[in-house]
Write a new protein. Structure first.
Length: 251
């Protein structure tokens, strides 16, 4: 899925949810998006080690819209533990109506990627009215997770690691074709290396954190770029830049 040659759109000022839904609309075919936030000095988290401390109201609005357009949100277990994820829920009535009009479930499925099987109870225990859970795991921990969650919720996608292509095939076999990943950096790195990320949605916050901390991608360095993307739009709201990139077409 390439986007080379599309018009770059630059907007300024607050946008309505309806405008954001148009700006981030995707076609009917399968799609894989990544959504991240970063500071001017390249940090994916604030000084407390959490991405929430560098979020903003505009970034949260885009975050909610991207979830509303997704069938499934894929997150690494380390990020689940660090950020305190629970099952997903569409709180906004307007976005709930958008999901229903598109024939989606009320809430996105949460798909957790884990090689170790270490899942917090907040994710394991279902919440009333929240979305379903899938666990994309290594073969070695399938039996233990199946005992804990039920066999239908557990999908082995590799022997020792969770392979990106197998994970996406498993999601698509379940009709979950619009895929959004929110991290963490190791998951994004492995998916970029596998060449499966179609779009990167990146909020650039006008703050400097300093010190050391994670970037949005953790992956082994290579001689060539890990991936190349074309800018599709740049939306500016109160100094924040909401950037949408599409993977560069290769000939």
């Amino acid at each position: 899925m390439g986007h080379h040659g599309e018009m770059v759109r630059v907007s300024s000022g607050p946008l309505s949810v309806e405008e954001l839904l148009r700006e981030y609309a995707v076609g009917p075919g399968p799609s894989v998006r990544a959504n991240f936030v970063t500071t001017l000095d390249g940090h994916a988290t604030g000084g407390d080690g959490l991405s929430g401390s560098i979020n903003s109201a505009a970034d949260k609005q885009v975050f909610d819209v991207l979830r509303a357009l997704a069938d499934v949100v894929v997150v690494g277990a380390g990020t689940i533990r660090a950020e305190g994820y629970g099952r997903l829920r569409t709180e906004d009535a307007g976005l709930l109506a958008v999901r229903r009009a598109a024939g989606r479930s009320d809430h996105p499925v949460l798909a957790v990627v884990t090689a170790s099987g270490d899942l917090p109870e907040k994710v394991v225990s279902p919440e009333d009215g929240a979305g379903d859970l899938l666990v994309l795991c290594a073969e070695a921990v399938r039996a233990d997770l199946a005992d804990r969650l039920g066999a239908d919720a557990v999908v082995p996608c590799g022997t020792d690691v969770v392979e990106a292509t197998r994970a996406l095939d498993a999601l698509r076999d379940r009709g979950l074709t619009q895929v959004l990943t929110e991290g963490g950096p190791h998951l994004l790195g492995s998916w970029l290396q596998a060449g499966v990320v179609d779009e990167l949605c990146l909020t650039l916050r006008p703050v400097l954190v300093g010190g050391t901390g994670p970037r949005i991608v953790e992956a082994a360095a290579g001689a060539d770029a890990l991936a190349r993307f074309d800018l599709l739009h740049a939306l500016e709201v109160e100094g924040d830049l909401m950037l949408r990139y599409g993977r560069t077409e290769t000939s």
